[in-house]
Design a protein around this ligand. Structure first.
Ligand code: ATP
Ligand code: MG
Length: 566
Protein backbone atom coordinates (compact mmCIF):
# COMPACT_ATOMS: atom_id res chain seq x y z
CA UNK A 1 0.00 0.00 0.00
CA UNK A 2 1.84 3.04 1.28
CA UNK A 3 4.55 4.08 -1.11
CA UNK A 4 6.89 7.04 -1.06
CA UNK A 5 7.23 9.53 1.76
CA UNK A 6 6.32 13.07 0.83
CA UNK A 7 8.77 15.44 2.39
CA UNK A 8 7.10 18.63 1.36
CA UNK A 9 4.56 20.16 -0.92
CA UNK A 10 1.31 18.74 -2.06
CA UNK A 11 0.69 15.03 -2.33
CA UNK A 12 -2.19 15.69 -4.69
CA UNK A 13 -1.85 16.45 -8.36
CA UNK A 14 -3.61 19.78 -8.00
CA UNK A 15 -2.74 22.98 -6.19
CA UNK A 16 -3.84 23.38 -2.57
CA UNK A 17 -7.59 23.84 -2.39
CA UNK A 18 -8.28 22.16 -5.75
CA UNK A 19 -8.41 18.43 -6.35
CA UNK A 20 -10.11 15.82 -8.51
CA UNK A 21 -13.09 15.49 -6.19
CA UNK A 22 -13.75 19.23 -6.18
CA UNK A 23 -13.39 19.16 -9.96
CA UNK A 24 -16.08 16.47 -10.19
CA UNK A 25 -18.40 18.40 -7.87
CA UNK A 26 -17.92 21.57 -9.86
CA UNK A 27 -18.56 19.79 -13.16
CA UNK A 28 -21.74 18.18 -11.78
CA UNK A 29 -23.01 21.55 -10.58
CA UNK A 30 -22.08 23.33 -13.82
CA UNK A 31 -23.80 20.68 -15.91
CA UNK A 32 -26.89 20.76 -13.68
CA UNK A 33 -26.52 17.07 -12.79
CA UNK A 34 -26.98 18.10 -9.17
CA UNK A 35 -28.72 21.23 -7.89
CA UNK A 36 -27.07 21.31 -4.52
CA UNK A 37 -24.06 19.32 -3.36
CA UNK A 38 -24.73 17.12 -0.32
CA UNK A 39 -21.82 15.28 1.32
CA UNK A 40 -21.49 13.47 4.61
CA UNK A 41 -18.90 12.38 7.12
CA UNK A 42 -19.88 8.87 8.28
CA UNK A 43 -17.85 7.75 11.30
CA UNK A 44 -18.48 4.48 13.04
CA UNK A 45 -18.69 5.33 16.77
CA UNK A 46 -16.22 2.63 17.79
CA UNK A 47 -13.33 4.89 18.74
CA UNK A 48 -12.12 8.49 18.76
CA UNK A 49 -11.40 10.44 15.59
CA UNK A 50 -7.79 10.76 14.48
CA UNK A 51 -5.85 13.03 12.18
CA UNK A 52 -6.77 10.83 9.19
CA UNK A 53 -10.43 11.51 9.90
CA UNK A 54 -9.58 15.23 9.93
CA UNK A 55 -8.66 14.87 6.26
CA UNK A 56 -12.05 13.35 5.48
CA UNK A 57 -13.92 15.90 7.63
CA UNK A 58 -12.16 18.87 6.02
CA UNK A 59 -12.83 17.42 2.58
CA UNK A 60 -16.52 16.69 3.06
CA UNK A 61 -17.43 19.79 5.08
CA UNK A 62 -15.03 21.91 3.00
CA UNK A 63 -16.70 20.93 -0.28
CA UNK A 64 -20.15 21.68 1.16
CA UNK A 65 -18.97 25.12 2.33
CA UNK A 66 -17.16 26.02 -0.87
CA UNK A 67 -19.99 24.99 -3.19
CA UNK A 68 -22.89 26.24 -1.10
CA UNK A 69 -24.20 22.79 -0.20
CA UNK A 70 -24.43 20.91 3.05
CA UNK A 71 -22.60 18.17 4.87
CA UNK A 72 -24.25 15.64 7.17
CA UNK A 73 -22.73 14.04 10.19
CA UNK A 74 -23.92 10.45 10.14
CA UNK A 75 -23.04 7.84 12.69
CA UNK A 76 -22.69 4.44 11.08
CA UNK A 77 -23.92 2.71 14.18
CA UNK A 78 -24.53 -0.76 12.78
CA UNK A 79 -22.34 -2.73 15.17
CA UNK A 80 -23.62 -2.32 18.75
CA UNK A 81 -20.95 -4.65 20.13
CA UNK A 82 -18.18 -2.12 19.55
CA UNK A 83 -20.04 1.16 19.64
CA UNK A 84 -20.51 3.40 22.64
CA UNK A 85 -22.16 6.67 23.57
CA UNK A 86 -18.79 7.97 24.77
CA UNK A 87 -17.52 7.74 21.19
CA UNK A 88 -20.59 9.44 19.77
CA UNK A 89 -20.11 12.37 22.15
CA UNK A 90 -16.37 12.57 21.48
CA UNK A 91 -16.85 12.55 17.71
CA UNK A 92 -19.36 15.42 17.85
CA UNK A 93 -17.03 17.40 20.10
CA UNK A 94 -14.07 16.83 17.80
CA UNK A 95 -15.84 17.71 14.55
CA UNK A 96 -17.11 20.93 16.14
CA UNK A 97 -13.66 21.73 17.52
CA UNK A 98 -12.16 21.26 14.08
CA UNK A 99 -14.44 24.09 13.03
CA UNK A 100 -17.35 22.42 11.24
CA UNK A 101 -21.07 22.61 11.81
CA UNK A 102 -23.54 19.98 10.65
CA UNK A 103 -26.45 22.19 11.78
CA UNK A 104 -29.62 20.12 11.93
CA UNK A 105 -28.13 17.39 9.77
CA UNK A 106 -27.18 14.88 12.42
CA UNK A 107 -28.16 11.36 11.45
CA UNK A 108 -27.65 7.76 12.44
CA UNK A 109 -27.76 4.62 10.35
CA UNK A 110 -29.97 3.32 13.15
CA UNK A 111 -32.59 5.95 12.18
CA UNK A 112 -33.04 3.85 9.03
CA UNK A 113 -33.15 0.35 10.52
CA UNK A 114 -36.84 -0.08 9.75
CA UNK A 115 -36.50 1.10 6.14
CA UNK A 116 -33.41 -1.00 5.59
CA UNK A 117 -35.28 -3.99 6.94
CA UNK A 118 -38.18 -3.34 4.57
CA UNK A 119 -35.83 -3.14 1.59
CA UNK A 120 -34.24 -6.42 2.65
CA UNK A 121 -37.67 -8.08 2.50
CA UNK A 122 -38.14 -6.51 -0.95
CA UNK A 123 -34.95 -8.20 -2.10
CA UNK A 124 -36.10 -11.53 -0.68
CA UNK A 125 -39.43 -11.20 -2.50
CA UNK A 126 -37.56 -10.44 -5.71
CA UNK A 127 -35.49 -13.61 -5.23
CA UNK A 128 -32.35 -11.53 -4.68
CA UNK A 129 -31.60 -12.37 -1.06
CA UNK A 130 -31.68 -15.55 1.00
CA UNK A 131 -31.18 -16.82 4.51
CA UNK A 132 -28.06 -18.92 4.82
CA UNK A 133 -27.59 -21.47 7.61
CA UNK A 134 -23.95 -22.25 6.87
CA UNK A 135 -21.58 -21.81 9.79
CA UNK A 136 -19.17 -18.85 9.58
CA UNK A 137 -16.38 -21.33 8.82
CA UNK A 138 -18.32 -22.94 5.98
CA UNK A 139 -19.13 -19.53 4.57
CA UNK A 140 -15.50 -18.56 4.65
CA UNK A 141 -14.40 -21.81 3.02
CA UNK A 142 -17.00 -21.51 0.28
CA UNK A 143 -16.20 -17.91 -0.52
CA UNK A 144 -13.26 -18.86 -2.76
CA UNK A 145 -10.14 -16.79 -3.19
CA UNK A 146 -8.89 -14.06 -5.47
CA UNK A 147 -8.06 -16.70 -8.07
CA UNK A 148 -10.79 -19.29 -7.45
CA UNK A 149 -14.55 -18.76 -7.61
CA UNK A 150 -16.70 -19.43 -4.55
CA UNK A 151 -19.23 -22.25 -4.15
CA UNK A 152 -22.96 -21.76 -3.91
CA UNK A 153 -24.46 -22.31 -0.48
CA UNK A 154 -26.76 -25.35 -0.19
CA UNK A 155 -29.35 -22.88 1.18
CA UNK A 156 -29.12 -20.53 -1.79
CA UNK A 157 -32.26 -21.77 -3.51
CA UNK A 158 -34.68 -21.58 -0.63
CA UNK A 159 -38.15 -20.41 -1.58
CA UNK A 160 -39.19 -16.82 -1.08
CA UNK A 161 -41.71 -17.97 1.54
CA UNK A 162 -39.14 -19.89 3.54
CA UNK A 163 -36.66 -17.00 3.33
CA UNK A 164 -39.27 -14.48 4.48
CA UNK A 165 -40.34 -16.72 7.33
CA UNK A 166 -36.77 -17.29 8.53
CA UNK A 167 -35.78 -13.66 8.15
CA UNK A 168 -38.79 -12.54 10.18
CA UNK A 169 -37.97 -15.07 12.84
CA UNK A 170 -34.37 -13.81 12.87
CA UNK A 171 -35.77 -10.36 13.54
CA UNK A 172 -38.06 -11.73 16.26
CA UNK A 173 -35.04 -13.07 18.11
CA UNK A 174 -35.79 -16.77 17.71
CA UNK A 175 -32.23 -17.74 16.86
CA UNK A 176 -28.84 -17.57 18.52
CA UNK A 177 -26.06 -15.21 17.44
CA UNK A 178 -24.39 -16.59 14.32
CA UNK A 179 -27.07 -19.22 13.60
CA UNK A 180 -28.04 -17.71 10.25
CA UNK A 181 -27.44 -14.64 8.09
CA UNK A 182 -29.27 -12.90 5.29
CA UNK A 183 -27.18 -12.70 2.11
CA UNK A 184 -27.64 -10.88 -1.16
CA UNK A 185 -27.95 -13.36 -4.02
CA UNK A 186 -25.51 -11.98 -6.55
CA UNK A 187 -22.75 -14.19 -7.93
CA UNK A 188 -20.49 -16.62 -6.07
CA UNK A 189 -18.17 -16.72 -9.09
CA UNK A 190 -17.71 -12.95 -9.36
CA UNK A 191 -14.15 -11.74 -9.80
CA UNK A 192 -14.99 -9.17 -7.12
CA UNK A 193 -15.20 -10.99 -3.80
CA UNK A 194 -17.53 -8.30 -2.44
CA UNK A 195 -20.17 -9.49 -4.90
CA UNK A 196 -20.03 -13.13 -3.77
CA UNK A 197 -23.34 -13.11 -1.95
CA UNK A 198 -22.33 -10.58 0.74
CA UNK A 199 -23.90 -10.69 4.16
CA UNK A 200 -26.68 -8.13 4.64
CA UNK A 201 -27.89 -9.03 8.13
CA UNK A 202 -26.49 -10.93 11.07
CA UNK A 203 -28.12 -11.98 14.33
CA UNK A 204 -26.83 -10.03 17.29
CA UNK A 205 -28.43 -10.07 20.70
CA UNK A 206 -26.84 -6.89 21.95
CA UNK A 207 -27.80 -3.57 23.46
CA UNK A 208 -27.63 -0.72 20.97
CA UNK A 209 -26.88 2.80 22.31
CA UNK A 210 -29.90 4.22 20.47
CA UNK A 211 -32.32 1.41 19.70
CA UNK A 212 -31.75 -0.57 22.89
CA UNK A 213 -32.86 -4.18 22.50
CA UNK A 214 -35.45 -3.54 19.80
CA UNK A 215 -33.34 -5.24 17.16
CA UNK A 216 -31.98 -8.78 17.22
CA UNK A 217 -30.51 -8.46 13.74
CA UNK A 218 -28.22 -5.73 12.44
CA UNK A 219 -27.43 -4.67 8.88
CA UNK A 220 -23.85 -4.98 7.67
CA UNK A 221 -21.99 -1.79 6.96
CA UNK A 222 -21.94 -2.68 3.26
CA UNK A 223 -25.71 -3.00 3.16
CA UNK A 224 -26.52 0.02 5.33
CA UNK A 225 -24.09 2.49 3.90
CA UNK A 226 -25.25 3.21 0.35
CA UNK A 227 -28.94 3.11 1.27
CA UNK A 228 -28.32 5.60 4.10
CA UNK A 229 -26.70 7.89 1.53
CA UNK A 230 -29.70 7.44 -0.76
CA UNK A 231 -32.17 8.27 2.03
CA UNK A 232 -30.30 11.46 2.87
CA UNK A 233 -29.94 12.54 -0.74
CA UNK A 234 -26.16 12.45 -0.64
CA UNK A 235 -24.90 13.52 -4.05
CA UNK A 236 -21.18 12.85 -3.60
CA UNK A 237 -20.36 9.98 -1.30
CA UNK A 238 -16.68 10.50 -0.66
CA UNK A 239 -14.65 7.77 1.00
CA UNK A 240 -11.21 6.23 1.15
CA UNK A 241 -9.69 3.91 -1.43
CA UNK A 242 -10.29 0.66 0.42
CA UNK A 243 -13.97 1.01 -0.51
CA UNK A 244 -13.29 1.20 -4.23
CA UNK A 245 -13.91 -2.55 -4.63
CA UNK A 246 -17.14 -2.22 -2.64
CA UNK A 247 -18.58 0.34 -5.05
CA UNK A 248 -20.03 -2.27 -7.46
CA UNK A 249 -21.88 -3.79 -4.51
CA UNK A 250 -23.24 -0.42 -3.37
CA UNK A 251 -24.35 0.24 -6.93
CA UNK A 252 -26.01 -3.18 -7.09
CA UNK A 253 -28.11 -2.46 -3.99
CA UNK A 254 -29.10 0.97 -5.30
CA UNK A 255 -30.05 -0.50 -8.70
CA UNK A 256 -32.11 -3.29 -7.13
CA UNK A 257 -33.95 -1.29 -4.48
CA UNK A 258 -36.61 1.37 -4.70
CA UNK A 259 -34.48 4.08 -3.10
CA UNK A 260 -35.28 7.81 -3.18
CA UNK A 261 -32.00 8.96 -4.80
CA UNK A 262 -28.83 7.71 -6.44
CA UNK A 263 -25.62 8.61 -4.64
CA UNK A 264 -22.28 8.35 -6.44
CA UNK A 265 -19.16 7.27 -4.64
CA UNK A 266 -15.69 8.74 -5.16
CA UNK A 267 -12.59 7.39 -3.48
CA UNK A 268 -9.47 9.23 -2.33
CA UNK A 269 -6.24 8.14 -0.65
CA UNK A 270 -6.33 7.93 3.12
CA UNK A 271 -3.83 9.89 5.14
CA UNK A 272 -0.83 7.97 6.44
CA UNK A 273 1.74 9.73 8.55
CA UNK A 274 5.29 8.69 9.44
CA UNK A 275 5.76 7.65 13.08
CA UNK A 276 2.00 7.18 13.43
CA UNK A 277 -0.53 4.40 13.24
CA UNK A 278 -3.94 5.58 12.07
CA UNK A 279 -5.92 2.45 12.65
CA UNK A 280 -8.75 2.56 15.16
CA UNK A 281 -8.02 -1.02 16.06
CA UNK A 282 -4.45 -0.22 17.06
CA UNK A 283 -5.45 3.03 18.77
CA UNK A 284 -8.02 1.09 20.79
CA UNK A 285 -5.35 -1.39 21.81
CA UNK A 286 -3.02 1.44 22.87
CA UNK A 287 -5.74 2.66 25.22
CA UNK A 288 -6.94 -0.74 26.44
CA UNK A 289 -3.44 -2.08 27.07
CA UNK A 290 -2.53 1.18 28.86
CA UNK A 291 0.37 2.12 26.63
CA UNK A 292 -1.14 5.61 26.86
CA UNK A 293 -3.26 7.30 29.52
CA UNK A 294 -6.41 7.40 27.37
CA UNK A 295 -7.84 8.41 24.01
CA UNK A 296 -6.81 12.00 24.68
CA UNK A 297 -3.27 11.22 25.76
CA UNK A 298 -1.30 14.03 24.09
CA UNK A 299 0.88 11.46 22.32
CA UNK A 300 -2.10 10.00 20.49
CA UNK A 301 -2.83 11.05 16.89
CA UNK A 302 -6.47 11.49 17.92
CA UNK A 303 -8.09 14.90 17.60
CA UNK A 304 -8.76 14.81 21.35
CA UNK A 305 -5.07 14.07 22.01
CA UNK A 306 -3.83 16.73 19.61
CA UNK A 307 -6.19 19.30 21.14
CA UNK A 308 -5.06 18.47 24.67
CA UNK A 309 -1.49 18.71 23.50
CA UNK A 310 -2.17 22.25 22.29
CA UNK A 311 -2.37 21.77 18.53
CA UNK A 312 -4.71 24.46 17.16
CA UNK A 313 -7.58 23.35 14.91
CA UNK A 314 -6.37 25.90 12.38
CA UNK A 315 -3.07 24.02 12.04
CA UNK A 316 -4.90 20.79 11.29
CA UNK A 317 -7.05 22.45 8.66
CA UNK A 318 -4.01 24.09 7.11
CA UNK A 319 -2.07 20.81 7.09
CA UNK A 320 -4.95 19.00 5.40
CA UNK A 321 -5.17 21.72 2.78
CA UNK A 322 -1.49 21.39 1.99
CA UNK A 323 -1.35 17.64 1.65
CA UNK A 324 -4.17 17.77 -0.86
CA UNK A 325 -6.43 14.99 -2.02
CA UNK A 326 -5.06 12.37 -4.38
CA UNK A 327 -5.98 8.99 -5.74
CA UNK A 328 -2.72 7.21 -4.90
CA UNK A 329 -1.71 6.14 -1.42
CA UNK A 330 1.34 7.77 0.10
CA UNK A 331 2.84 8.49 3.50
CA UNK A 332 3.13 12.08 4.64
CA UNK A 333 6.24 13.13 6.55
CA UNK A 334 5.27 13.99 10.14
CA UNK A 335 7.54 17.04 9.88
CA UNK A 336 5.04 18.51 7.45
CA UNK A 337 2.39 18.36 10.12
CA UNK A 338 4.73 19.89 12.67
CA UNK A 339 5.59 22.65 10.22
CA UNK A 340 1.91 23.64 9.99
CA UNK A 341 1.60 23.56 13.79
CA UNK A 342 4.65 25.75 14.31
CA UNK A 343 3.50 28.18 11.68
CA UNK A 344 0.17 28.79 13.43
CA UNK A 345 1.62 28.83 16.93
CA UNK A 346 4.40 31.21 15.98
CA UNK A 347 1.69 33.66 14.92
CA UNK A 348 -0.64 33.21 17.85
CA UNK A 349 1.32 32.15 20.93
CA UNK A 350 2.53 34.78 23.37
CA UNK A 351 6.11 34.50 24.59
CA UNK A 352 6.95 33.66 28.17
CA UNK A 353 10.01 32.48 30.07
CA UNK A 354 10.19 29.12 31.78
CA UNK A 355 13.12 27.07 32.98
CA UNK A 356 12.58 23.36 32.47
CA UNK A 357 15.67 21.97 34.24
CA UNK A 358 16.67 24.65 36.74
CA UNK A 359 20.17 25.61 37.83
CA UNK A 360 20.39 28.24 40.55
CA UNK A 361 22.28 31.46 39.90
CA UNK A 362 23.18 33.97 42.63
CA UNK A 363 24.02 37.50 41.47
CA UNK A 364 26.56 38.44 44.12
CA UNK A 365 26.58 42.17 43.50
CA UNK A 366 22.77 42.47 43.46
CA UNK A 367 21.48 43.68 46.86
CA UNK A 368 19.86 41.02 49.08
CA UNK A 369 16.12 41.34 49.53
CA UNK A 370 15.77 43.67 46.57
CA UNK A 371 13.93 43.05 43.31
CA UNK A 372 12.81 45.07 40.30
CA UNK A 373 10.43 44.77 37.39
CA UNK A 374 11.59 44.65 33.82
CA UNK A 375 9.65 44.93 30.58
CA UNK A 376 9.26 41.84 28.44
CA UNK A 377 7.70 41.81 25.00
CA UNK A 378 4.72 39.46 24.56
CA UNK A 379 5.14 38.86 20.84
CA UNK A 380 8.10 40.04 18.77
CA UNK A 381 6.06 40.33 15.54
CA UNK A 382 2.90 41.75 17.06
CA UNK A 383 3.29 45.07 18.89
CA UNK A 384 -0.41 45.01 19.70
CA UNK A 385 0.23 42.05 22.02
CA UNK A 386 2.02 44.55 24.29
CA UNK A 387 4.46 43.76 27.05
CA UNK A 388 4.44 42.58 30.62
CA UNK A 389 6.52 43.04 33.76
CA UNK A 390 8.87 40.32 34.91
CA UNK A 391 10.62 40.25 38.28
CA UNK A 392 14.40 40.21 38.54
CA UNK A 393 16.29 39.63 41.77
CA UNK A 394 19.46 38.31 43.35
CA UNK A 395 18.54 34.64 42.93
CA UNK A 396 17.55 33.27 39.56
CA UNK A 397 17.19 30.00 37.72
CA UNK A 398 18.64 29.29 34.34
CA UNK A 399 18.52 26.14 32.23
CA UNK A 400 21.07 23.51 33.26
CA UNK A 401 22.25 23.04 29.72
CA UNK A 402 22.88 26.76 29.28
CA UNK A 403 25.95 26.23 31.46
CA UNK A 404 29.08 24.16 30.87
CA UNK A 405 32.02 24.06 33.20
CA UNK A 406 34.42 22.97 30.48
CA UNK A 407 32.86 24.24 27.29
CA UNK A 408 33.97 23.16 23.84
CA UNK A 409 35.10 25.91 21.49
CA UNK A 410 31.73 26.79 19.97
CA UNK A 411 29.80 26.94 23.24
CA UNK A 412 28.91 30.60 23.83
CA UNK A 413 26.45 30.30 26.67
CA UNK A 414 27.44 30.48 30.32
CA UNK A 415 30.76 29.02 31.54
CA UNK A 416 33.33 30.17 34.09
CA UNK A 417 34.48 33.67 33.20
CA UNK A 418 31.99 34.01 30.31
CA UNK A 419 29.56 36.93 29.98
CA UNK A 420 26.04 36.42 28.53
CA UNK A 421 22.85 38.39 28.27
CA UNK A 422 19.88 37.47 30.41
CA UNK A 423 16.86 38.09 28.17
CA UNK A 424 15.15 41.46 28.90
CA UNK A 425 17.54 42.01 31.84
CA UNK A 426 21.31 42.43 32.20
CA UNK A 427 24.67 41.05 31.19
CA UNK A 428 25.98 38.59 33.77
CA UNK A 429 29.38 36.95 34.18
CA UNK A 430 30.00 33.62 35.83
CA UNK A 431 32.52 33.92 38.65
CA UNK A 432 32.34 30.67 40.54
CA UNK A 433 30.86 27.18 40.37
CA UNK A 434 29.39 25.56 43.48
CA UNK A 435 29.20 21.76 43.61
CA UNK A 436 27.63 19.24 45.92
CA UNK A 437 29.37 16.28 47.56
CA UNK A 438 28.74 14.21 44.43
CA UNK A 439 30.61 16.77 42.36
CA UNK A 440 27.50 18.01 40.52
CA UNK A 441 27.12 21.70 39.78
CA UNK A 442 24.32 23.02 42.02
CA UNK A 443 24.79 26.77 41.88
CA UNK A 444 26.58 29.47 39.94
CA UNK A 445 27.89 32.65 41.54
CA UNK A 446 27.70 35.50 39.05
CA UNK A 447 27.93 39.26 38.88
CA UNK A 448 25.79 41.57 36.78
CA UNK A 449 26.56 44.88 35.12
CA UNK A 450 23.89 47.42 36.21
CA UNK A 451 24.70 49.55 33.15
CA UNK A 452 23.40 46.85 30.79
CA UNK A 453 19.78 47.07 31.92
CA UNK A 454 17.45 46.12 29.08
CA UNK A 455 20.20 44.09 27.44
CA UNK A 456 22.70 46.48 25.90
CA UNK A 457 26.09 47.71 27.11
CA UNK A 458 26.69 51.49 26.89
CA UNK A 459 30.35 50.77 26.04
CA UNK A 460 29.23 48.78 23.02
CA UNK A 461 30.67 45.45 24.12
CA UNK A 462 28.92 42.40 22.75
CA UNK A 463 27.96 39.04 24.14
CA UNK A 464 27.45 35.99 21.98
CA UNK A 465 24.46 34.47 23.74
CA UNK A 466 21.14 35.45 25.27
CA UNK A 467 19.63 32.98 27.67
CA UNK A 468 16.29 32.82 29.44
CA UNK A 469 15.80 32.78 33.19
CA UNK A 470 13.25 33.22 35.95
CA UNK A 471 13.46 34.87 39.37
CA UNK A 472 13.84 32.17 42.04
CA UNK A 473 11.66 34.04 44.49
CA UNK A 474 8.81 34.74 42.08
CA UNK A 475 8.83 31.65 39.85
CA UNK A 476 6.03 29.10 40.06
CA UNK A 477 7.05 25.43 40.28
CA UNK A 478 5.42 23.26 37.67
CA UNK A 479 5.40 19.88 36.03
CA UNK A 480 6.22 19.90 32.34
CA UNK A 481 5.49 16.93 30.10
CA UNK A 482 7.67 16.55 27.08
CA UNK A 483 6.20 14.35 24.36
CA UNK A 484 8.34 12.53 21.89
CA UNK A 485 7.02 10.44 18.98
CA UNK A 486 4.87 7.58 20.26
CA UNK A 487 6.55 5.22 17.81
CA UNK A 488 10.29 4.90 17.37
CA UNK A 489 9.89 3.45 13.91
CA UNK A 490 9.06 5.85 11.05
CA UNK A 491 6.87 3.13 9.55
CA UNK A 492 5.40 1.41 12.61
CA UNK A 493 3.92 -2.02 12.07
CA UNK A 494 0.16 -2.11 12.34
CA UNK A 495 -1.72 -5.21 13.42
CA UNK A 496 -0.68 -6.97 16.57
CA UNK A 497 3.01 -6.12 16.23
CA UNK A 498 2.57 -2.43 16.95
CA UNK A 499 3.82 -2.65 20.54
CA UNK A 500 7.33 -3.62 19.45
CA UNK A 501 7.68 -0.31 17.62
CA UNK A 502 6.60 1.91 20.51
CA UNK A 503 9.10 4.53 21.64
CA UNK A 504 9.96 3.82 25.29
CA UNK A 505 10.89 7.50 25.67
CA UNK A 506 7.70 9.00 24.30
CA UNK A 507 6.92 10.74 27.61
CA UNK A 508 9.43 12.64 29.68
CA UNK A 509 8.15 14.27 32.88
CA UNK A 510 10.07 17.25 34.25
CA UNK A 511 8.77 17.66 37.77
CA UNK A 512 10.80 20.67 38.87
CA UNK A 513 10.31 23.29 36.17
CA UNK A 514 10.03 26.97 37.15
CA UNK A 515 7.68 29.32 35.37
CA UNK A 516 7.30 33.02 35.04
CA UNK A 517 4.32 33.68 37.38
CA UNK A 518 1.96 34.94 34.64
CA UNK A 519 1.96 31.42 33.18
CA UNK A 520 0.03 30.04 36.10
CA UNK A 521 -2.95 32.09 34.93
CA UNK A 522 -3.13 30.85 31.33
CA UNK A 523 -6.17 28.89 30.23
CA UNK A 524 -6.14 25.19 29.39
CA UNK A 525 -5.18 24.53 25.76
CA UNK A 526 -4.15 28.15 25.15
CA UNK A 527 -0.75 27.98 23.50
CA UNK A 528 2.28 29.88 24.77
CA UNK A 529 5.84 29.86 23.63
CA UNK A 530 8.44 29.19 26.29
CA UNK A 531 11.27 31.20 24.81
CA UNK A 532 14.00 29.07 23.25
CA UNK A 533 12.09 25.88 24.15
CA UNK A 534 8.98 25.49 22.09
CA UNK A 535 5.22 25.76 22.40
CA UNK A 536 3.36 24.63 25.50
CA UNK A 537 -0.12 24.66 26.95
CA UNK A 538 -1.64 24.14 30.35
CA UNK A 539 -3.00 20.63 30.89
CA UNK A 540 -6.24 19.78 32.61
CA UNK A 541 -4.28 17.70 35.12
CA UNK A 542 -3.18 20.99 36.73
CA UNK A 543 -4.13 21.60 40.35
CA UNK A 544 -4.19 24.93 42.22
CA UNK A 545 -0.58 25.95 42.79
CA UNK A 546 0.64 22.98 40.75
CA UNK A 547 0.36 23.75 37.06
CA UNK A 548 1.09 21.03 34.53
CA UNK A 549 2.21 22.04 31.06
CA UNK A 550 2.30 19.96 27.91
CA UNK A 551 4.89 20.58 25.27
CA UNK A 552 2.92 20.88 22.08
CA UNK A 553 5.99 20.98 19.91
CA UNK A 554 9.65 22.03 20.07
CA UNK A 555 11.07 24.82 17.98
CA UNK A 556 12.83 22.40 15.63
CA UNK A 557 11.83 19.19 13.81
CA UNK A 558 11.23 16.25 16.14
CA UNK A 559 11.40 13.60 13.46
CA UNK A 560 14.47 12.27 11.74
CA UNK A 561 14.69 13.52 8.17
CA UNK A 562 16.15 10.31 6.78
CA UNK A 563 13.02 8.25 7.19
CA UNK A 564 12.96 4.86 5.58
CA UNK A 565 11.07 4.67 2.33
CA UNK A 566 7.84 2.74 2.26
P1 ATP B 1 -12.70 1.31 10.90
O1 ATP B 1 -13.66 1.30 9.75
O2 ATP B 1 -11.57 0.37 10.78
O3 ATP B 1 -13.36 1.28 12.23
P2 ATP B 1 -12.07 3.95 9.99
O4 ATP B 1 -10.87 4.73 10.36
O5 ATP B 1 -12.34 3.65 8.57
O6 ATP B 1 -11.97 2.67 10.87
P3 ATP B 1 -14.64 5.20 10.14
O7 ATP B 1 -15.36 5.64 11.34
O8 ATP B 1 -15.31 4.21 9.26
O9 ATP B 1 -13.30 4.63 10.65
O10 ATP B 1 -14.18 6.45 9.31
C1 ATP B 1 -15.05 7.49 8.95
C2 ATP B 1 -14.59 8.12 7.65
O11 ATP B 1 -13.25 8.59 7.79
C3 ATP B 1 -14.59 7.11 6.54
O12 ATP B 1 -15.26 7.69 5.43
C4 ATP B 1 -13.16 6.89 6.22
O13 ATP B 1 -12.98 6.67 4.85
C5 ATP B 1 -12.48 8.17 6.69
N1 ATP B 1 -11.11 7.89 7.14
C6 ATP B 1 -10.72 6.98 8.05
N2 ATP B 1 -9.37 6.95 8.16
C7 ATP B 1 -8.89 7.88 7.30
C8 ATP B 1 -7.58 8.33 6.94
N3 ATP B 1 -6.48 7.82 7.49
N4 ATP B 1 -7.47 9.29 6.02
C9 ATP B 1 -8.57 9.82 5.45
N5 ATP B 1 -9.83 9.46 5.74
C10 ATP B 1 -10.01 8.49 6.65
MG1 MG C 1 -14.33 2.53 8.17
Amino acid sequence: MATDVKASGNTGAAEAGRDFIRDIVKADLDAGRVKEVVTRFPPEPNGYLHIGHAKSICLNFGIAQEFGGRCHLRFDDTNPVKEEQEYIDAIKRDVAWLGFDWGEHLYHASDYFERLYGWAEDLIRAGKAYVDDQTPTEMRENRGTLTEPGKNSPFRDRSVEENLDLFRRMRAGEFENGARVLRAKIDMASGNINLRDPVMYRILHAHHPRTGTTWKIYPSYDYAHGQSDAIEGITHSVCTLEFEDHRPLYDWFIANLDVPSTPHQYEFARLNLTYSVLSKRVLTRLVQDKHVSGWDDPRMPTLAGLRRRGVPAEALREFVKRIGVAKANSVVDANMFEFAVREVLNKTAQRRMAVLRPLKVVIENYPEGQSEELDAVNHPDDPAAGSRKIAFGRELYIEQDDFMENPPKKFFRLSPGMEVRLRYAYFVTCKEVVKNAAGEVVELRCTYDPATKGGNAPDGRKVKATIHWVSAKHAVPAEVRIYNPLFANPAPRGGDDFAADLNPESLEVLSDARLEPSLAATAVETPVQFERQGYFCLDRDSAPGKPVFNRTIGLRDSFAKDVAKG
